[in-house]
Design a protein around this ligand. Sequence first.
Ligand SMILES: Nc1ncnc2c1ncn2[C@@H]1O[C@H](COP(=O)(O)OP(=O)(O)O)[C@@H](O)[C@H]1O
Ligand SMILES: [Mg+2]
Length: 579
Amino acid sequence: MLLSFFRNNPYLQFARKYRGFVALGISCLVVTNSLEVSIPWLIGRALDHLTQNDPFEEIARITIIIVVVTLTLSLFRFLWRIFWARFHHAVADDLRNDLFFKYTDLSPSFFQKHKIGRLMSLITNDVNAFRIGIGPGFLILADAIFQSILIIPIMISISPSWTWKTLILMPVTPFLIRVVMKKLNSAYSQRQESFSEVSGVAQEIVSGVRVIKSFAQEHQQTRHFNQYSKTYENNCNRVGLWDAFFSPAMELPMALGCVILLLVGIPDVLAGAVTIGAFFSFYQYVQRMMWPMTALGISMSHLQEGLASHRRIQDVLQERSEVEDHGALELDHFESLEVKNLSFTYADKNAPALQNISFSLKKGQSLGIVGPTGSGKTTLIEMLCRLHPAPEGSILINGHSIEKIKLSSLRNLVQVVPQDAFLFSQSVSENLAFSKLSWEMEEIVEATEHVHLHDEILEWPDQYKSIVGERGVNLSGGQKQRMTLARALVKDSSIAILDDTLSAVDAKTEENILNILKNQLQNKTAIVIAHKLASVAWCDQILVLNQGHLEWAGDHLELLSKSATYNQLFEMQSSGGRV
Ligand SMILES: Nc1ncnc2c1ncn2[C@@H]1O[C@H](COP(=O)(O)OP(=O)(O)O)[C@@H](O)[C@H]1O
Ligand SMILES: [Mg+2]
């Protein structure tokens, strides 16, 4: 059991990985501790010389030694802090990167099961708690152990009976400290939580101030805010209360130890059994033992919290993606896509999102997909990109079942313009060149011209360098869609998939974009999902989906004569003047 503790303990695993920093840090700590412990002993020696004739030469010598010891000690204390900081920040960096990679690797279903806030907290708070455990926690423990190992024998050498009498109460300190730390930590997290709530409510009220005024809700909203503010105040007071308990818990056993020393020590000094200098040194050692005892309590608390956080991190790191990247096949071009009896049900749903879908598509052809909301259009294209697991042999590219194809190779073949236009808070050009490691400005401008965005970008304050999002330019729905479209055009791949991409642009822009796309897509294979039939009527083949079923497949004219759903959509949109 002990062996498995050492083998599986995450602290020791990381300590082994970064043994260089650990060895240097601990060595410097041992030197620091030894030098620190020698100072009371040196002062005691100096005091004893006071009672001798002509003490000044010896006292001057000891003073110089104390100065040298203090300077050396400061240097080593500086060094261990540096080495130790390198160690625990490297560990945190490893965990953060592992988690981040895991987040990018896991399938969308994982993110449905776990709240974003929880996942964010894992990569920030839990990584930090583990860092504090392995950094300060581990170090404080080592410090406590070394100091005790160094101080207690010196105390025993002065007087074994003083030693046990003064230290007998000290082991209470770690327990008191543990209790106070537990309470303090829970008070800290409650304070943090209520602080987030107060800022959240304040932010909402400030941004919604117009609505509040127009409904004359000022007083009500102020009362609402006051409640949150009061909770925050109470939580701050709770932190203050437990914080105030900290010093007594730390100092009380030590102070009692000092009183005991006075009671048992002074008679010995008076009787001449122990020198006054030794008594002074001992007194200092009793005081110094306060820290190792407190440190034990603090480090136990840090180490335990760190382990709990590590378990939570491991739970996520051990999650397996629903879609595993075991395929070895690399495709450099696209020839054909074949979908055979494809069915799929989301894990949390009973009804299938797709049922027995079959169709095929050849290089250079275009495919339109129409159908009411929720009919499975987005699910279908997500399956083509292998975001969800497809039954083996139900999707074939160039004749190969897609699980045999390396994921990166598969996803390089396709460029998806998703339904919800997601952009990063980076510059316009960085967003557009998202798929590229290196890029030329011309290709980006060419893409934005195709989607009629170039002239608008030129009007923004920093043009292509403008930052998208909160403190940069705020884009309209249509601009966002055109940006994501341009981003896909910059990525040079064989299959272009537009998922209801043109819903937020006006009819004229849509027509222009479609015309350009048709030219652009001549050498490519296009899959266009649209609500408006006009956006797909030009496609070689159109699929009509309804409740996960493929109702009909054919070209525009065929569908007009065969598909009731298609006809309904056509009628509706014709009367609205859309087709
Ligand atoms: N992530 C998901 N988890 C569970 N069910 C989903 C998810 N996404 C879509 N669905 C369900 O699958 C069906 C098809 O959805 P979707 O493919 O988004 O349709 P469409 O794109 O045609 O509007 C709907 O019933 C929808 O509720
Ligand atoms: Mg959709």
